[in-house]
Design a protein around this ligand. Structure first.
Ligand code: GRF
Length: 187
C-alpha cells in the first residue's frame, strides 16, 4: 500500500507509521510527506529518513483552492492508495476529499464526535469527562468527521492538564493509527 502523509508539526504519528513499516508490523510504503508548515519537525524528519518531502506554506497562497492545487499535484504524481493525515491542521475542501473518496484517513485526540477541532485534550479536561481517547476515521469535508475505524479510550485522571492527558492519549494514537491502517490495508 502506498501512503502519502500530510502533517503540520511534530510528526510523531508519522514516525510511528514509519517505524511500523520498518519493523514489518505494517506492509506499506510512504511515497511522500507533505507539510503546510515550513518549520514542521515532521518534514525535517522525513528528509532525514530519505523520504520525498514537500512543503507548501498555506500562508503564501491567496486561496485554499490554490494551496490544495499544489498539494493535489504532488499527490497525483506520487499515486498514493491512501492519504494519511498525521496532525495536518488544515480543513480539506469538498473537492479535495472528492479526489480521494474513502481514501483519506485522520487521527484525532478525542473520542469523536466529542471535542472536534483544536485542543481536544484540553477541551476534554475543561468539560470534566472521565474518559477521553483517540479516533481514527475516514475523512469527509467536515471538521474531524467521517466514518470511524478505531477508537481507544484513555481515562482522564484527577489533576490532569490538557498536556498530561495529551501525552497519554498520544501513546495510544501511535498504536491506533497502525491498527487502523491494518484494518484498511488488509489485502
Ligand atoms: C496528534 O495529537 C493528532 O491526533 C492531532 O495532532 C497531533 C499531531 O501530533 N491531529 P504529531 O505531529 O503526530 O506528533
Amino acid at each position: 500500500m502506498r501512503l502519502a502523509i500530510l502533517l503540520s508539526g511534530r510528526g510523531s504519528n508519522f514516525e510511528a507509521i514509519h517505524s511500523a513499516i520498518a519493523t514489518g508490523a505494517l506492509r506499506a510504503t510512504i511515497v511522500c510527506v507533505i507539510s503546510n508548515r515550513p518549520d514542521a519537525r515532521g518534514v525535517e524528519r522525513a528528509r532525514e529518513l530519505g523520504l520525498s518531502a514537500h512543503v507548501f506554506d498555506h500562508k503564501r497562497y491567496p486561496t485554499r483552492a490554490a494551496h490544495e492545487e499544489d498539494v493535489l499535484r504532488v499527490l497525483a504524481e506520487a499515486e498514493p492508495d491512501f492519504v494519511v493525515l498525521a496532525g495536518y491542521m488544515r480543513l480539506l475542501s469538498a473537492a479535495f476529499v472528492a479526489a480521494f473518496p474513502h481514501r483519506i484517513l485522520n487521527i484525532h485526540p478525542s473520542l469523536l464526535p466529542s471535542f472536534p477541532g483544536v485542543d481536544a485534550q484540553a477541551q476534554a479536561v475543561a468539560y470534566g469527562v472521565k474518559v477521553s481517547g483517540c479516533t481514527v476515521h475516514f475523512v469527509d469535508e467536515n471538521l474531524d468527521a467521517g466514518p470511524i475505524l478505531v477508537q481507544r479510550a484513555v481515562p482522564v485522571r484527577d489533576g490532569d492538564s490538557g498536556d498530561t492527558l495529551a501525552a497519554r492519549i498520544l501513546e495510544q494514537e501511535h498504536e491506533a493509527y497502525v491498527e487502523g491502517r491494518r484494518i484498511v490495508f488488509t489485502d
